[in-house]
Design a protein around this ligand. Structure first.
Ligand code: FES
Ligand SMILES: [Fe+2]
Length: 416
């Protein structure tokens, strides 16, 4: 193992050689976390919000990048432009905005009442006579690079970040037509995981564990006899990012009364979504989704490098974010987006039940990532072994190593 803790040399060169291993220290060593924080999370574009989170002029929200300790404000100015700033008053550093979200034409610091416009300009200093040495033009809110792509809001903490479209590469072109905006209603679930963040991404990068770990939850819904280990279909490598297609079991029917009640409740809307998908409309009908026309399509599973997963389903999408705060601790956010919010009590119950089912599956994954952290920490000289069906994991961890090593990110992206 080299000092930088890369994958085995052969795997690193080809990206896809098998068998391949990954040193345990990549998931257990504090210095590796520091390297990921400084070389990956401080240099990559990070998806932090949807434009629907701040839809109107002067809407604002706080955001955090817990990996690097960034407290941010995302605000839409009077012209509709989105801007991001550090949530920090230039006077003595107090976090300026204390509400999670709101609408304001200016921000006033709660400490000594310095006033900022939503474009970050320092507008007012009480008792300005004692601050004549302060150049207002140089002491506005400190900006953070902020760009949007297809309704996702990205920030980048680097001084001179690579252009977002270069970072997105072929993924950005292929998935630009996907109408995420037609599915604006979201619910969010958050949880702290006592495990390494890469383990959470890896847990969604293979179907190998479905028949064992998820045997009583997800497995009956997806298992088909011709694909006993739920291999993903049609993997596509799109620069830093990747996507693959997953099917479902067309024979599956709910077995409990409550699950039948839920299915009956959503059935009409769901069938409408399936019809739209077959007519090549809606989120799952876009050409980039289910390129192979897999019958019984269930999920297009996208890895949005470095720390987001987007799973497109016939009636909406899930967006998972994994933010490491230490080598063995990860803050997770899982959002489910749909076409319309549930209205009736029955619909609200059904939506909550579906969320709970999703949570059950994710909780099973989280339990494994936490046990994995215990095992890998116990034997730091050990390794993880990737099999032939775990190619997305190998590639993802390989790309992290390359990104961390690269001094010239533009060149690294061109070489992908
Ligand atoms: S710290 Fe903000 S006005 Fe003093
Ligand atoms: Fe899983």
């Amino acid at each position: 193992m080299s000092a930088i803790g890369t994958l085995e040399t052969g795997a690193l060169q080809s990206g896809l050689d098998f068998p391949a291993t990954m040193p345990a220290t990549l998931s257990t060593d504090d210095t590796n976390f520091a390297r990921e924080r400084d070389r990956l999370f401080r240099r990559a574009w990070l998806a932090i919000a949807r434009v629907e989170d701040v839809p109107a002029p002067y809407d604002f929200m706080r955001f955090a990048i817990p990996t690097v300790g960034t407290a941010g404000i995302l605000v839409r100015d009077g012209d509709g432009l989105l801007r991001a700033f550090h949530n920090k008053c230039s006077h003595r550093g107090v976090a300026l905005v204390c509400e999670d979200r709101g609408n304001a034409t200016s921000f006033r610091c709660p400490y000594h009442a310095w006033l900022y416009d939503v474009d970050g300009v320092l507008r007012g200093i009480p008792d300005s006579g004692s601050f004549q040495h302060v150049v207002r033009a140089e002491n506005g809110l400190k900006p953070i690079a902020c760009e949007t792509w297809n309704g996702f809001v990205f920030v980048n903490l680097a001084q001179n970040p690579v252009p977002l479209l270069d970072f997105l590469g072929p993924f950005g072109d292929l998935f630009e037509p996907i109408p995420f905006h037609e599915y604006p209603t979201g619910v969010e679930m958050t949880q702290t995981v006592q495990g390494n963040w890469k383990g959470m991404i890896d847990a969604s990068g293979e179907g190998y564990h479905i028949s064992s770990l998820h045997r009583s939850t997800l497995h009956p819904q997806v298992a088909v006899i011709e694909n006993p280990f739920q291999d993903f279909h049609d993997p596509r490598y799109l620069g830093l990012h990747a996507t693959a297609t997953l099917g479902r079991n067309p024979e599956w029917l709910p077995t409990t009364p409550v699950a039948r009640f839920v299915l009956e409740t959503i059935q009409q809307d769901y069938l409408e979504d399936l019809r739209r998908m077959e007519a090549k409309q809606g989120i799952a009908g876009a050409p980039a989704i289910n390129r192979i026309n897999l019958p019984n399509f269930q999920i297009e599973a996208i890895t949005l490098f470095p720390n987001s997963l987007i799973q497109i389903i016939p009636n909406g999408y899930l967006w998972m974010q994994y933010w490491p705060t230490a080598v063995g601790r990860t803050e997770t956010s899982i959002r489910l987006y749909g076409r319309k919010a549930p209205q009736t009590h029955r619909e609200i119950f059904a939506a909550a039940h579906i969320q709970a089912q999703a949570r059950d599956v994710i909780t099973e994954d989280i339990a494994m990532v936490e046990l994995q952290q215990i095992g890998l920490t116990s034997d730091p000289e050990g390794q993880q072994i990737f099999g032939g069906s775990e190619y997305l994991l190998l590639r993802f961890n390989n790309l992290i190593a390359r990104f961390i090593q690269a001094d010239d990110l533009s060149k690294m992206l061109q070489d992908l």
